[in-house]
Write a protein that binds this ligand. Sequence first.
Ligand SMILES: NC(=O)c1ccc[n+]([C@@H]2O[C@H](COP(=O)([O-])OP(=O)(O)OC[C@H]3O[C@@H](n4cnc5c(N)ncnc54)[C@H](O)[C@@H]3O)[C@@H](O)[C@H]2O)c1
Length: 373
Amino acid sequence: MTALAIIGCGFVADLYMASLAKHANLSVVRVFDRDPARLSAFAAHWRLDKADTLDGLLAGLPKGCIILNLTNPHAHYEVSKACLAAGFHVYSEKPLAMDLDQARDLHALAARQGVLLASAPCSVLGEAAQVLAGAVRDGVAGRPRLVYAELDDGFIPQAPYEDWRSASGAPWPYGDEFRVGCTLEHAGYYLTWLVAMFGPVVRVVAASAELVEAKPGGGGASDFSVAVLFFADGVVARLTCSIIAPHDHRIRVIGDKGVLAVRRAWDNAAKVRFHRRLRLRRRLIDLPVGRRIRPRGATHPKVARTGAAAMNFALGPAEMAASLAEGRPCRLSADFALHLTEVTLAIQNSGDHSDAQVMTTSCEKPEAMSWLA
Ligand SMILES: NC(=O)c1ccc[n+]([C@@H]2O[C@H](COP(=O)([O-])OP(=O)(O)OC[C@H]3O[C@@H](n4cnc5c(N)ncnc54)[C@H](O)[C@@H]3O)[C@@H](O)[C@H]2O)c1
């Protein structure tokens, strides 16, 4: 049994609890939130022990505990730093930090302390991402040349988000989401998959803009970005994030023999399909109906759809626990988290004037999950 603690008991913490319920070897021993009312509502809903202060939480945790930092992005750095300094492993919601110096600081602190540091999202360890990456490795579509990855969420400024509530009653934090921006919030959902398939990003050419100003609760961050990412493997990807364009969460890997496609980024069980390319008389087509590529056997526990996602948020913490138990490197390494942060910030901050940005961090491709073999 691996002990976990949660800091930040808001909207996403409920999604974590529903996912953790599927992992009998992970147990949440204590939780903390700086908002006493939210802490009480969450602890009562899930019947969990609560600490009244951060120091109180840290003082009472068992050695080897993994702390899930589920606070708002602007608090990630200070909270993760305190947890690492106290000698605990940290799994942070994304982004790892709001600027690269802070992310580097956390990366160095984790190394000095000899503890694990990983960051969400963990859907890269999920079935759809793993099956897609396996198909790329197996050369199903031939040599990959180009990837289109879309994280368009629809025109969220007009959505009824004031009515969105989590299981224990936390409101969807729209002001914070708008202030942080959809690139920092979402790019990682496909960046992780892309790095797992094609290795680190070498150069980023990107643009970002705020298209709807003065959103309720905050603004100032880009609500649209598009990036062309040049990967170490030679593949080029276009990654789009917006809360403006109609909902589109597809990823398409375009190779010499056809297209590998997944339609839903936020669904671990999304189908992976291969659309073969054919010459038909004088035409060239990618077959509109793709052949399904299935995992060879059982994969991982799935969770029911809640709101926009059908993702098991516990796959990341479970991978950390397994790596510690097995004495092997964690697939969600600190290098991986730092690299994702650098690429994401490069896109987020690109504005309307950026030149090509050369990345200074790098990482290994996370290994395939053993159930894929
Ligand atoms: N909302 C979603 O659908 C969603 C989905 C996936 C990931 N995330 C990520 O999860 C994280 C949290 O988002 P959320 O939607 O749960 O936000 P939220 O505002 O609902 O919850 C965050 C909680 O953290 C607490 N908090 C903030 N700073 C703190 C500190 N220093 N110490 C202790 N508690 C602190 C707040 O009081 C709040 O209760 C973000 O990084 C976000 O990107 C959110």
